[in-house]
Write a protein that binds this ligand. Structure first.
Ligand code: G4P
Length: 531
């Protein structure tokens, strides 16, 4: 198979949702269609359970599972599909944001009763930043929920994207009769079907056909006719180019649990979703068709096996062909490295691979050489852009409880930060370590791991900052005066960028007013503009 054909057949995407909307269930059904698993229930629920008090040991156990399900590959309809898993738990949102840099498109799952929830909005903001194409799956139609047109309005207004239904539900809850495929003019009649993968499809070319009345009853048939007429009046015909540009999101309705509406989703996904796309670097746009290999690390997972201190770095291949046991350039370290055991992931099985193509994700065993965002290339000194850090929301100062173990502590913290567990900001005087996270859970993770993996003991003292903003300016004088006035709130991030730690949104607003020449960025993505 030619390089172009290898690229063309790949589809790399992520499923995102607010916890409980049905991401795990949908993933499992997609794997069933792809033959990657044989029975429902095979995909362990990867989410960290929603107990209010988190149990770190439970997380540890689940980390094992989440590695297995980090990337799930399967073949369907001539396509090689890679699903990149995203943690549902909000405390791991940062992990999800980074994973989204490695996908080419996204399926967003929305619960028909809950509509757009907070976590969904935030995840979509990240997709919007990179114009990632999005397909929406409205789930749980077997339950009562929001009226379909209202829900579409809500999706448009809260997610700032135009939508275009491609299937349409007939009733819902106890009266759910099925979905009508607006794209192919087919009726799919609902039957609760939790395990199998067969659905009844009836071609209905013309909605006026009385067969429709026979199948779903005259009232439902008339209602459907009216609604379809309305859809055609209100929404423009589906335009693939607009979807690929991230401007329009096609919408599907169904019930993942009942494996209903999932086939339409998957078939359409295979038809319209993008094959691997290029990525910007500091020098140029790298296209998948470029002959030379390049890729970037978007996720690092530590200590898969507690007996071995290995970490696994997840590399997304952007161009060329990756080959086992071949020397590549670790651009940041200016070091040649080769990988004897790169792994791919087919559902829950890991296996060593000899080669991989753009769109693929390979796991590289790592003894501490990689940081999130690192680039590997076939020689060229390029760095991929756009692995942003977002402002943390909780800040604590890390205090060393065992001065004899300072070195271990430093090493441990540095490695955990490389993995992206949290962000560290250094404050002067005294090189004080301020750790910022989006969730409380990370502090438990850091504490536990520092003790168990590095033999260091620490404590966290709360700091009442609520936002970290990266500062850029052309006015050095104003920056110097700002730093003098706000010594207590200035820190540096891992790349020595200056960061303002604000206590309240009001104080940030004041700073913006008082120092008009300084720009306060909410994410480190500003580097995209400045490189
Ligand atoms: P998540 O990964 O997005 O967090 O959601 P997950 O798939 O775990 O689904 C959350 C809950 O919603 C699960 O119930 C799941 O069975 C249920 N669910 C998923 N799809 C549908 C659907 O189409 N209809 C209905 N009625 N429910 C659905 P649970 O009680 O939390 O877990 P379980 O005991 O069923 O595993």
């Amino acid at each position: 198979m030619s390089h172009t054909e290898e690229i063309e057949k790949r589809r790399t995407f992520g499923i995102i949702s607010h916890p409980d909307a049905g991401k795990t269930t949908l993933t499992e059904k997609l794997l069933l269609f792809g033959g990657a698993i044989q029975t429902a229930g095979a995909v362990k629920n990867n989410k960290i359970k929603k107990t209010a008090t988190s149990d770190f040991m439970e997380i540890e156990k689940q980390r094992g599972i989440s590695v297995a399900t980090s990337v799930m590959a399967f073949r369907y309809s001539g396509k090689q599909i890679n699903i990149l898993d995203t943690p549902g738990h909000k405390d791991f949102a940062e992990d999800t944001f980074r994973t989204l840099t490695a996908v080419d498109s996204v399926i967003l799952v929305v619960d028909v009763a809950n509509g757009v929830e907070k976590q969904t909005e935030r995840l979509m903001e990240v997709c919007r930043m990179r114009n990632t194409p999005v397909i929406i799956f409205v789930n749980k139609l077997d339950r009562d929920g929001k009226e379909s047109f209202d829900l579409l309005d809500e999706l448009e207004s809260k997610l700032s994207i135009r939508v275009r239904p491609l299937t349409w539900p007939i009733g819902m809850g106890d009266y759910f009769k099925g979905v009508y495929n607006l794209y192919e003019n087919k009726l799919n009649l609902f039957s609760a079907n939790k395990t199998g993968i067969s659905n009844d499809f009836v071609p209905i070319e013309n909605l006026a056909d009385s067969q429709l009345d026979d199948l779903i009853g005259s009232d439902a048939a008339d209602e459907l006719r009216g609604e379809v007429e309305m859809i055609d009046g209100v929404y423009d015909p589906f335009d693939r180019e607009q979807y690929l540009a991230g401007e329009v999101a096609p919408v599907f309705f169904g019930s993942a649990m009942n494996n209903f509406g999932v086939k339409e989703l998957l078939d359409t996904f295979c038809r319209i979703s993008p094959s691997p796309r290029g990525r910007e670097t500091d020098l140029r746009l790298v296209e998948p068709s470029d002959a030379k290999f390049s890729g970037f690390v978007f996720k690092i997972h530590a200590n898969l096996d507690p007996k071995h201190r290995d970490r696994i770095a997840f590399l997304r291949i952007v161009s060329g062909k990756f080959q086992r046991n071949t020397f590549y350039n670790h651009v940041r370290l200016e070091k040649k490295m080769k990988f004897p055991n790169p792994t791919s992931f087919m559902a829950q099985d890991k296996s060593v691979i000899d080669e991989a193509y753009p769109g693929d994700v390979v796991g590289l065993y790592d003894s501490g050489n990689f940081k999130i965002g690192d680039t590997l290339s076939e020689g060229e000194k390029i760095m991929f852009k756009g692995i942003p850090s977002f402002s943390p929301e909780i800040f604590m100062e890390l205090e060393n409880l065992d001065p004899m173990k300072s070195k271990q502590l430093d090493k441990g913290v540095r490695q955990l930060m490389d993995e992206g567990v949290a962000q560290m900001f250094i404050q002067q005087p005294g090189n004080r370590k301020i750790i910022g996270t989006v969730g409380q859970l990370q502090f438990e993770v850091i504490n536990y791991r520092l003790e168990h993996e590095y033999g260091a003991k620490c404590r966290f003292a709360p700091r009442n900052y609520t936002k970290a903003c990266w500062i850029t300016t052309d006015n050095e004088e104003q920056l110097a005066s700002f730093k003098r006035a706000k010594t207590q709130h200035i820190a540096k991030d891992k790349d020595d960028n200056i960061v303002f730690l604000a206590e309240t949104p009001f104080l940030l607003q004041m700073a913006e007013q008082d120092y008009p020449d300084l720009t306060f960025h909410k994410t480190s993505e500003f580097k995209l503009e400045t490189i």
